[in-house]
Design a protein around this ligand. Sequence first.
Ligand code: ATP
Length: 263
Amino acid sequence: MTSTAQGPIAAVEARQLVKRYGVVRAVDGVSFEVARGEIFGFLGANGAGKTTTLRMLCGLLAPTSGTAFIDGIDIVEQPLLAKARLGYLDEDPFVHPHLTGREFLHFVADLYRMPRGAERQRRMERLLGLFELADRDGELIGAYSHGMKQKIGLASLLIREPPVLLLDEPTNGLDPRSARLVKDLLEELSSRGTTVLLSTHILEVAQALCRRVAIIDRGRITATGTMRELRAQAGNEQASLEDLFLKLTAGPESKELIERLLA
Ligand code: ATP
């Protein structure tokens, strides 16, 4: 199941996703596709609908309407099959405070029925070493710093080596060296065929890593494409991603805001 008459099946597809909370339309008809092996950036202001979209894509949140597919598998119709193919990092990583890092990785690996054995051990040691957590062995995750929780959360996805990663602000709270490590790791994984959909506020991360981005504003996609396509859409060949982001998301210009504040 890798292609159709229309072309290859996307690794991730959001099709007209809607999530309503009472009268609030947190996500309002979001559609996009991410190709296999692509690093795709999902950008938007606070409250734009990024986390809600990602939670629907990974099956954590039921859409009000619309569908989401992982490798062509409907996340609502066949949740176990779709979830086996993805790793999801929430903005507030789901980690177990009463386990050590090693115990938590074993716990997740057991949940996904990874065989206990040399291969699991090898991956675990490599990840703990990579994220500089190997020497915090006896410590419970509850005592970890935010950045360390972020790293053990990421390690708990990577131990399974899923083909699709959905990451909500993966570099949030990481020091510059750890953030660089995560960026390099994602590039390496992508070059080996892993698909990465990441949300971020840090536009340099998106500009450095992502081949294509989607910009979401108040629940709706306002632009999708490569930097070149976004520049063409904004009618400015020289625009940085920050210029494009500010142009394609609503709200008064910062100069106007400052003037109003100081008036
Ligand atoms: P941030 O960058 O600040 O994390 P976001 O783009 O991830 O923001 P969401 O968390 O998806 O935004 O929120 C989108 C909208 O949905 C916001 O207006 C938020 O208040 C609303 N919302 C999210 N979750 C709920 C909920 N459980 N109940 C009611 N409203 C919600």
